[in-house]
Design a protein around this ligand. Structure first.
Ligand SMILES: [Zn+2]
Length: 130
């Protein structure tokens, strides 16, 4: 593995954008085999090539800037996903609704009848059926 370490010295390596590109590449490969459409395989190959171009690149600063841009774009998406998953898990035990005052999403336990809710952010109080 010594030759490999020497080979990778001064090269960028793997980051979150790399993982995303590989996953996307696999997705397009799968799509290509399902639909039989060869263009999806080409897209998959291009994504794969770009992922490894970045890994082997010596322009470390530029690659890390790319990753930062990716993370900035990806963050709201991943937050939305985590929230959606939590809501689905909580569906039986909690009820979600938006605060009438500030629009913030609030969570109350189900099956407690009518409850008076005070928003922790803007202090607006209202009655909700759980
Ligand atoms: Zn509020």
């Amino acid at each position: 593995m010594d030759w490999f370490r020497r080979f990778m010295t001064g090269r960028y390596g793997v980051d979150q954008l790399y993982v995303a590109l590989i996953v996307l590449s696999m997705f397009f490969l799968l799509l290509s085999s399902i639909t039989g459409w060869p263009y999806f395989a080409v897209v998959s190959l291009l994504l794969f090539a770009y992922a490894y171009f970045r890994v082997l690149s010596r322009r470390i600063y530029k690659r890390s800037q790319e990753n930062l841009v990716f993370l900035k774009l990806w963050d709201p998406v991943s937050r939305w996903f985590r929230q959606a998953v939590r809501r689905i898990k909580d569906l039986r035990r909690y009820k979600y609704f938006k605060c009438a005052g500030c629009g913030r999403s609030l969570r109350v336990p189900r099956g407690k009848g009518k409850v008076r809710v005070t928003c922790p952010v803007c202090r607006t109080a209202f009655v909700k059926k759980t």
